[in-house]
Ligand binder design. Structure first.
Ligand code: NDP
Length: 296
């Protein structure tokens, strides 16, 4: 078996590669930087996929929440291209290969944050930049008929000790100055990194898995509930909120929405497909994050 992983150098991508290596599966990463066991996006465009590729994953994407980057039209274009163009390039390459499965990531911003319950069976319209991004990202992953099996994982906030949101907020919470974002009443669709990785493996392994799956835990929580549970796993208070106006000033209103708004998303098709969560509740997930030095 040989799986090609676009964005395999990132947090999610490198965890996927480690999990595949543990299953004795060979991986090749696609990165902007050349290196051993890697190809670049240019090489993909010129030469296509390695001949013996059996499956392809894409989890590439420029970090939207990079506080150092201004939310300018240029940055937005890079955010878009790093997801949609890479997925498009890979879809083209998969269609010309013998790969059997193509599994890509997208986000729960596909659904509106309007308090209604959403499952994979709900079709939604684009309503802002981020929802438009998710729509185009997913459209880019579509393959011609009789090509490989295609799966999209619409992920919530990925929680893991060594990357993403937990890593970014660990120190403020550790020093007791953490708190809810804005009002804290917004839903926070989330998934533990281990479950997200297992879901990718589940999608690669099971031929009956096809189409869209919500990469979220079955337990629905708000940002305030997350804050309370995370802080208590560190035995710290978390009373200092980050006001919405500060986040909007720092990040721009459009981008601050990622943190200030949340969708009520259920993993209906994930559960129906027989997937078993290791961390179905936020308590189980956070209990693991109270450790200062933890290896995923
Ligand atoms: P990381 O920032 O850790 O990794 C990003 C990856 O994308 C790297 O492998 C990097 O590869 C690649 N990349 C960055 N910029 C570009 C670019 N301009 N063109 C092509 N590739 C690029 O992110 P995560 O692992 O946390 O997230 C991966 C994907 O999952 C992203 O698309 C993200 O939107 C999505 N996602 C993440 C969630 C989360 O909570 N973490 C939630 C929902 C979705 P290299 O530098 O080697 O080229």
């Amino acid at each position: 078996k040989h799986v090609v992983v676009g964005g395999g150098t990132g947090y999610i991508g490198s965890c996927i590669c480690t999990a595949l290596h543990n299953l004795n599966v060979r991986t090749t990463v696609i990165s902007r930087m050349p290196g051993p066991k890697r190809i670049t996006w240019q090489e993909l465009e010129t030469n296509g996929l390695p001949k013996d590729t059996t499956a392809v994953i894409n989890v590439a994407g420029l970090n939207i929440l990079d506080f150092k980057q201004r939310w300018s039209p240029g940055f937005k274009q890079n955010v878009f291209n790093s997801r949609v163009k890479t997925t498009q390039e890979l879809a083209k390459a998969v269609a010309c290969s013998d790969a059997k499965a193509f599994v890509t990531i997208s986000g729960v911003a596909y659904y509106p944050p309007d308090g209604k319950d959403y499952t994979e069976n709900d079709k939604c319209e684009k309503y802002d930049f981020l929802s438009g991004l998710c729509h185009d990202w997913e459209a880019a992953a579509q393959l011609p008929k009789d090509s490989a099996r295609q799966v999209t994982i619409r992920s919530g906030v990925v929680l893991g000790r060594t990357g993403g949101m937990i890593q970014q907020t660990f120190l403020p919470f550790f020093f007791g100055v953490g708190g809810p974002l804005g009002s804290g009443t917004q839903y926070m669709p989330w998934i533990h990194i281990k479950d997200l990785i297992n879901l990718f493996i589940h999608a690669l392994k099971n031929e009956n898995v096809t189409g869209v799956y919500n990469g979220v835990a079955p337990e629905l929580i708000t940002n305030a509930e997350f804050t309370k549970t995370f802080a208590s796993s560190l035995s710290r208070p978390a009373f200092i909120p980050l006001p919405a106006f500060v986040l909007k000033a720092l990040l721009n209103e459009e981008r601050a929405k990622i943190m200030l708004e949340g969708q009520k998303v259920h993993p209906k098709r994930v559960l129906e497909s027989g997937f078993k969560y290791e961390y179905p509740t936020i308590k189980e997930a956070c209990d693991q994050f109270g450790v200062l030095f933890y290896k995923e």
